[in-house]
Design a protein around this ligand. Structure first.
Ligand SMILES: Nc1ncnc2c1ncn2[C@@H]1O[C@H](COP(=O)(O)OP(=O)(O)OP(=O)(O)O)[C@@H](O)[C@H]1O
Ligand SMILES: [Mg+2]
Length: 158
């Protein structure tokens, strides 16, 4: 599947609105592929309205999201493991609490840096430049284990 930035953002917002935490979503793809664009769209859909800086030095940011009508509570975690030198460094950033957060939508860029420390139940979204101009991206969305359902592609850009 091949998407424009507007289509990717529209889908991301829908994911943020509709997915039931806890859910872990790994965002894969080269530098500039659109992982942060997608992470911000999901967070926005989930109700995060503050500015989301790149988690480049501070590898993890957690955003509280107001309780829903059923009194539930949730959060969005945005992590970027690009600067992780080895999976052993995960302990230092509180990885078990990140990957095991029971109430959060967890969005992790460069998840492959975590090696075998990735949760068994997760989604992996792979973004690649599609070529041909116009800023399109090839997107692949794959479940591992039995993660909660995500709204399907394509979403209409609004
Ligand atoms: N179809 C598209 N989807 C997503 N981003 C696009 C698309 N077309 C162009 N872009 C642009 O590509 C850039 C993607 O940047 P982004 O910071 O999301 O990359 P990233 O994958 O997070 O990179 P990094 O690994 O450095 O964190 C943005 O400037 C965005 O405007
Ligand atoms: Mg990024």
């Amino acid at each position: 599947m091949n998407v424009t930035e507007a289509e990717l953002v529209a889908w991301g917002r829908r994911v943020g609105r509709e997915v039931r935490p806890p859910v872990f979503i790994g965002l894969r793809g080269p530098l500039g592929a659109g992982k942060s664009v997608l992470a911000r769209a999901v967070a926005e859909g989930a109700g995060v309205c503050e500015y989301m800086p790149s988690p480049t030095f501070n590898l993890v940011f957690r955003y509280e999201v107001g309780g829903d009508e059923s009194g539930g509570h949730s959060a969005v975690i945005h992590a970027d493991l690009y600067r992780l030198r080895s999976p052993e460094e995960l302990a230092g950033i509180g990885w078990d609490d990140v990957a095991g957060d029971e109430e959060a939508i967890v969005l992790v860029e460069w998840p492959e840096r975590a090696g075998r420390h990735l949760p068994q139940e997760r989604w992996e979204v792979h973004l690649r430049c599609a070529g041909g101009g116009g800023g399109r991206r090839e997107i692949e969305v794959k479940p591992f284990g039995g993660p909660p359902p995500l709204p399907g592609f394509p979403a209409r850009a609004r």
